[in-house]
Design a protein around this ligand. Structure first.
Ligand code: GCU
Length: 619
């Protein structure tokens, strides 16, 4: 009995070190044995964190009956209990609390979520992990009064192991403390132009695994191959790695990789818990926006086979061009926040992803910039299936505390979690390490470190960031020092909205200090959907249409390294910074679609331009 308690304590102690989160991160959870914990949870709102700190502001002891992670149900009528989980106070998971009702609209603080679940049917060897798609922002997780761990970062997944011994047959008391308060030394920091939605904003599930299992892996075209030669020879080089988890992984294990459609079957020896592999494969159809080919891949370890749907492609920079499978591309993009505006909430389901991508396809776009943080996995998997290129980004946004090494570690942890989760998504071709960060020595050191870290972690994608414009010479000369390290030069330009009027655009000549592909990661203007006037009237749909007409004229005279744009933004989105009482009312109105889902006039201007560009780049 004592040893068992000791074992649980050891597992929980290591699990609770937040740094362990991405080390133990399990990927491809949708194809694993699981029990969903989505649904209706109880909640307690706790702005003074009464459930966490005692009256001397010290963290409550594990067994403190007044700690909100302990089961409060009174045993005797004389019991004094000042907290309870009641059916009168419920929230849906996944979901943000801000869209629940006005009580929560602007709430930033702690909310306790609670539900019970029964122990799933388990073999005695099986292991159980509690997996969260994301929780914004800081989370502490307790089961049956014991802490499983904590995590920081509002947009990336994490999981904690639950020793089988901890699970009761029924009534397992799960409590999750979520705190979305903003701090200067977090990622993002205090100041963002998006709504600080709090809550368990993505799926929650129990993942059930064998004693030894494949925890993480990458499978892709080896990016060092000459892709034109491989296409000609119809023989491609595939590489990747496995990371196993389990007590027996020290002994020799074999993982079998099968792609039945092309009759491929390879055995990979695993000595220790990790192994890399490299082999040739014939008859691979490459993934592209025109042909988003995905293969059913089967990974077998012992008695268990894990499947995934994977596409193979090569993306690279060649001089001034970005090549996909050896062919120059032009990115007909659009930026998105992770929001379903018509219902004023975080987007977090498969259905939300298909609605957002429906609008993207209507625009005839072939690329999305998922701003300014990793979106949910339904989005990147939908992009894989639909053939939409993806720019995925961590929220190193604006005035981050660049001098603080702990903040750099937090950013790297989120970068790791983003990369590990989506490294098998062919559609993701760009990792972005930040957006519009003000230039300084410390900032460029911080951002360069993120670029190098991303390159080390994944050499199958381009590394970018939204750089500063006109940092040094002239307003259309791009010489942000960070541009020396990123693979492409990307900036957000708003000439004609922030400064000047749209007709000034056609006079602007763009130049980059770097002989690299140039991309506009944002360009846009605001319009209140349905407000019509002459084109010089700010906030009218006609003004926004004029802005895009002039922007597209400017596109026709860009330097020859210009390879695309992802205008800001597909849909109006909520922002606490947008307070014009007539035209904004807490919404950023740069959407080409308004918050009810109605397309504005500028939507059709951009659509026409993308139809033209598509024809230009057809074979
Ligand atoms: C910036 C920023 C966006 C912001 C946009 C705007 O470029 O990257 O997050 O919403 O401009 O001003 O609307």
């Amino acid at each position: 009995m004592i040893f068992r308690r000791f074992l649980i304590a050891v597992i929980l102690f290591f699990g609770s070190l937040s740094g362990f989160a991405q080390e133990n991160l399990i990927i491809n959870t949708q194809n694993r044995k699981q029990v969903s914990l989505n649904g209706t949870w109880h909640y307690l709102i706790d702005p003074y964190e009464t459930g966490f700190y005692n009256y001397r502001y010290k963290e409550k002891g594990e067994k403190d009956p007044e700690a909100y992670w302990n089961n409060p149900n009174p045993h005797k009528k004389t019991d004094r209990k000042e907290h309870e989980y009641s059916d009168d106070y419920t929230l849906e998971v996944p979901g943000d609390w801000n869209s629940k009702d006005d009580v929560f609209k602007y709430y930033e603080g702690s909310v306790w979520y609670q539900r019970e679940f029964d122990k799933p049917e388990l073999d005695k060897e099986e292991r159980v992990f509690l997996y969260f798609g994301a929780v914004n922002y800081e989370v502490h997780v307790y089961l049956n009064g014991k802490k499983l761990g904590m995590h920081k970062g509002g947009f990336t997944p994490f999981n904690f192991e639950i020793p089988q011994e901890m699970l009761q047959k029924s009534g397992n008391f799960l409590v999750v403390k979520v705190d979305n308060k903003r701090y200067a030394d977090e990622v993002p920091t205090l100041n963002t132009d998006w709504w600080n939605y709090g809550g368990i904003t993505r799926d929650v599930k129990l993942i059930i695994t064998p004693q030894n299992f494949i925890q993480q892996y990458a499978l892709h075209l080896d990016q060092s191959q000459d892709i034109e030669k491989s296409i000609k020879r119809k023989k491609f080089n595939i590489s990747g790695y496995f990371k196993l988890n389990g007590p027996n992984t020290s002994s020799e294990e074999k993982v079998t990789i099968e792609i039945p459609e092309i009759g491929l079957k390879k055995k990979v020896d695993i000595v220790g818990s990790e192994a890399t592999f490299n082999f040739d494969a014939k008859k691979i159809e490459l993934w592209s926006p025109e042909n988003p080919k995905l293969y059913e891949v089967e990974f077998t370890l012992g008695e268990t086979t894990l499947t995934d749907q994977i596409g193979f492609r090569k993306v690279e920079v060649s001089g001034k061009d970005v090549l996909l499978n050896g062919k120059e591309i032009f990115m007909r993009g659009i930026s998105l926040h992770e929001e379903f505006a018509p219902e004023v909430r975080r987007a977090n389901t498969k259905d939300d992803a298909s609605k957002l991508f429906g609008w993207v396809k209507d625009l005839n776009a072939n690329m999305v910039r998922l701003a300014h943080y990793p979106h949910n996995e339904y989005m990147t998997r939908a992009a894989d299936s639909l053939g939409i290129l993806v720019w995925s980004e961590i929220p190193v946004y604006w005035t981050i505390d660049f001098k603080n090494n702990e903040v750099l570690e937090k950013a790297k942890k989120q970068l790791d979690e983003m990369i590990i989760r989506d490294q098998n998504r062919a559609s993701v071709i760009i990792w972005s390490v930040g957006n519009e960060t003000p230039v300084s020595e410390a900032r460029t050191r911080f951002m360069k470190s993120l670029v190098m870290h991303a390159k080390e972690k994944d050499n199958t994608r381009l590394i970018s960031a939204a750089l500063e414009v006109g940092y040094n010479r002239g307003k259309n000369y791009i010489d942000d020092p960070l541009g020396e390290y990123t693979d492409i030069v990307s900036v957000n330009e708003y000439l004609g909205w922030y400064g000047d009027l749209p007709h000034a655009k056609v006079k602007s000549k763009w130049e980059t200090a770097y002989k690299k592909p140039l991309f506009f990661s944002e360009t846009g203007a605001g319009a209140k959907g349905g407000f019509h006037a002459d084109k010089e009237t700010r906030w009218s749909e006609e003004f926004q249409e004029w802005y895009f007409e002039e922007t597209l004229k400017m596109m026709e005279q860009m330097p020859d390294n210009f390879m695309g744009l992802s205008p800001w933004i597909l849909v109006d989105f909520r922002s606490p910074k947008r307070n014009n009482p007539k035209f904004q009312e807490g919404w950023n109105r740069k959407g080409l679609i308004d918050n009810q889902g109605n397309k504005k006039k500028a939507f059709y201007t951009l659509k026409k331009y993308y139809e033209k560009k598509e024809k230009e780049y057809e074979d």
